[in-house]
Design a protein around this ligand. Structure first.
Ligand code: IPE
Ligand code: IPE
Ligand code: MG
Length: 243
């Protein structure tokens, strides 16, 4: 048993479209309902004193969706940030982002930068929104960053280990996720944090994201705490505390 609370929970929030389809509503109604689930989960993680929560909100591949849906999602994101600012501040949440921020509409970039700046001094939960994010792009960005440092003469290729490499990723300074939750029953990573999930515990629920509740979060955390993380060792080694 691992017993500790996860220091970093990452969530692939999936199933908004199916939630809407079940109700004969447009897909955007599902995304709108999904925002309420985000609110609840952020508050609960802050209350539980989880240090890091990363939410996959929009992938680079999601740009290929119908324009109307993409536009609606951008409006929802802008509204969420503006409406939530006070609550985020009250709960001492620090907002950060990962992904190609430059791809987002100017007004959304502006709102994001504002909330990131205002919440920078908060010392509670670090909430990271993955926006226009691709795990492969993250790795490629790190490769380019490391290559540039080598070309400048600031880094020797032989010194590029996991830690140095991680410092070139969008997620630099953020520990790897301990627990990855995916809703809507899909069992795939969909180009989320590829490098970072090397030893992350996965937990999948059939619940669609708008239906995800605090109880589901607690169930995921309890399951995580009951698992034995072996990191390649034997169970006996882990139990004996030997390394
Ligand atoms: C997740 O829900 C939200 C985003 C990807 C932005 P989906 O919109 O993918 O919902 P389904 O998978 O179509 O049900
Ligand atoms: C993953 O969900 C991206 C986000 C939750 C933002 P998708 O719905 O885009 O993933 P696939 O297409 O089912 O793999
Ligand atoms: Mg989906």
């Amino acid at each position: 048993m691992n017993r500790d609370l996860p220091a970093h929970i990452a969530i692939i929030m999936d199933g908004n479209g199916r939630w809407a389809a079940e109700r004969n509503l447009p897909r955007i109604a599902g995304h709108s309902a999904g925002v309420s689930a985000v609110r609840k989960v952020v508050e609960e993680c802050a209350r539980l004193k989880i240090p890091h929560l990363t939410l996959f909100a929009f992938s680079t591949e999601n740009w290929n969706r119908p324009q109307e849906e993409v536009g609606g999602l951008m409006v929802l994101l802008d509204q969420y940030l503006k409406k939530e600012l006070n609550t985020l501040m009250k709960n001492k949440v620090r907002l950060t982002t990962i992904g190609h921020l430059e791809d987002l509409p100017d007004n959304v970039q502006h709102t994001l930068r504002d909330v990131v700046k205002r919440s920078a001094g908060n010392e509670g939960l670090t909430l990271t929104l993955a926006l226009s994010y691709s795990g492969r792009d993250d790795i490629l960005k790190a490769v380019r960053g490391a290559a540039r440092a080598v070309m400048r003469g600031d880094l020797s290729p032989d010194d590029i280990g996991p830690e140095t490499f991680s410092s070139f990723l969008y997620t630099r300074g953020i520990p790897d996720p301990d627990l990855l939750i995916r809703t809507s029953g899909e069992q795939r990573i969909s180009n989320f944090l590829l490098w970072q999930v090397a030893y992350t515990e996965f937990w999948v629920t059939d619940k669609l994201w708008p239906d995800f509740s605090s109880e589901d979060l607690h169930e995921a955390i309890e399951t995580f705490r009951s698992r034995e993380r072996r990191f390649g060792m034997t169970s006996e080694q882990v139990k004996g505390g030997k390394t």
